[in-house]
Design a binder for this molecule. Structure first.
Ligand code: ADP
Ligand code: ASP
Ligand code: MG
Length: 417
């Protein structure tokens, strides 16, 4: 007998038929003698619809980035977008009951699942396990909505897009589950997004570290924080299909993988936008002056490139921010144009970040060279480069996304036969 957390993503609960099929999967696990706690996402597309409605109501008055107003708006936004998971949570518990299982729903505030108050991107701080453990002991299947938390002050929060993965891992850690199974619309983690690389191969295993990098540079199959948490808490994480019975992909420690490929995956992110400040003063403290206010406003900066100055006085500074933060970032910088003393600000939404990831990079030489050569052969210009120990990312024009990802996939020998 094992204790399993089963998480069903949006496509796996897309309608009542899918919810019944997922419930059937839970029943099979129960019949095999396993204890099961279920985490559900909202129906596919539901969160987008809810977020769109929030957008239609309107944003803050132009030019007003008052912290209190922004916080108040974000709180109400969470109240709306968190409802998608409440719907599927109740429906799943009903579907399980219809199959003769004992089941009930537990919303975030009922347990509670306590998070910090960073609305829209909250972090889970703790989950009270008492009621869930009692339910499991009584042979019940508790169903918990993903994506939501509640602050100590009693306000509803959401964990950021894809956050149900993190809810599932946090629950698995709290319940000391033997496994956390993430059921989705692909049968595992692939060498690249199977939606754009037809020759992508399913990986039987991937290391936590690689999965963490893959997720953080755009592979949406798992939310980055869920991998981070699984790694830290030693949760056995598996990605598998809701639509077939294969074994999926296991996320494991590095020593469980014998053959280390030079590169294990290629990922891309269309979520970033590029800002270039031209002729910024080349003196100590400038980077701090530029990035400080952005950090204060919770704008994350990713790739940063600073040129050496030609005249010893000024230099160009290029960096990326999340597309959704671009307007805010530009407003913040423009408001400080005098103080920062830059000559021009160019913004560009037409970029994509393409990355290759692999723990094998530590022991192989020439990994970056192969990437640059493959892109050059396709005539793709690299606008910026950034690396970590097991990852190389480049910024290129968005229209080359598919071409670049496929070329790199081939260049590193990842194509399926
Ligand atoms: P869910 O709604 O179940 O959470 P997501 O859409 O969040 O599903 O994640 C699954 C999707 O992730 C797949 O449909 C696939 O297009 C995408 N994806 C991106 N990169 C990868 C990858 N390397 N391996 C598998 N899937 C990937
Ligand atoms: N429903 C949320 C989203 O679409 C959370 C999730 O599905 O993981 O991002
Ligand atoms: Mg997801």
């Amino acid at each position: 007998m094992a204790r399993i957390v089963m998480k069903f993503g949006g496509t796996s609960v897309a309608d009542t038929g899918h919810i019944r099929a997922a419930a059937d999967r839970v029943k099979r696990a129960r019949d095999a003698g396993d204890e099961v706690a279920v985490v559900v996402s909202a129906m596919a597309g539901a969160t987008n619809q809810l977020a769109a409605w929030v957008g239609e109501i309107g944003v803050l008055p132009a030019g007003s980035y008052d912290d209190i107003a922004a916080d108040a708006a974000d709180r109400e936004s969470d109240v709306v977008v968190a409802t998608g998971e409440q719907v599927t949570c109740g429906l799943m518990a009903r579907a399980l009951q219809a199959l003769g299982l004992k089941s009930r729903s537990w919303l975030a505030w009922q347990l509670p699942i306590v998070s910090d108050d960073a609305h829209g991107k909250a972090r889970i701080e703790s989950i009270e396990a008492k009621d869930l453990l009692a339910a499991l002991a009584h042979g019940e299947v508790p169903v918990v909505p993903g994506f939501q938390g509640v602050t100590r002050g009693g306000r509803l929060t959401t964990l950021g897009r894809g956050g149900s993965d993190t809810s599932a891992v946090a629950l698995a850690a709290t319940l000391r589950a033997d496994r956390c199974d993430i059921y989705t619309d692909v049968d595992g983690v692939y060498t690249s997004d199977p939606r754009i690389v037809a020759k992508a191969r399913k990986l039987d295993k991937i290391t936590y570290e690689e999965m963490l990098e893959m997720a953080s540079v755009g592979a949406k199959v798992l939310q980055t924080r869920s991998v981070e948490l699984a790694m830290k808490q030693g949760v056995r994480l598996q990605v598998r299909s809701s639509f077939s019975d294969g074994p999926g992909t296991l996320v494991v420690d590095e020593d469980e993988i014998v053959e280390k490929a030079m590169v294990s995956g290629v990922a891309y992110s269309r979520d970033e936008a590029k800002i270039t400040l031209s002729r910024v003063a080349d003196r100590p403290g400038v980077a701090a002056a530029v990035f400080g206010p952005l950090a204060d406003a919770n704008v994350n900066v990713d790739v940063i490139v600073q040129n050496v100055s030609a005249d010893g006085r000024t230099t160009d500074l290029t960096f990326t921010v999340v597309k959704a933060d671009l307007d805010r970032a530009v407003a913040i910088l423009e408001a400080r144009r005098k103080e920062l003393g830059f000559a021009g600000l160019i913004q560009d939404r037409n970029v994509v970040k393409v990355s290759v990831i692999g723990v094998g990079m530590r022991s192989h030489a020439g990994v970056a060279q192969r990437m640059f050569k493959a892109l050059a052969e396709k005539g793709i210009n690299i606008q910026a480069i950034t690396t970590s120990e097991i990852k190389i990312s480049v910024l290129i024009a968005e229209e080359y996304t598919e071409l670049a990802v496929r070329a790199l996939h081939s260049a590193y020998g990842l194509d399926a036969d």
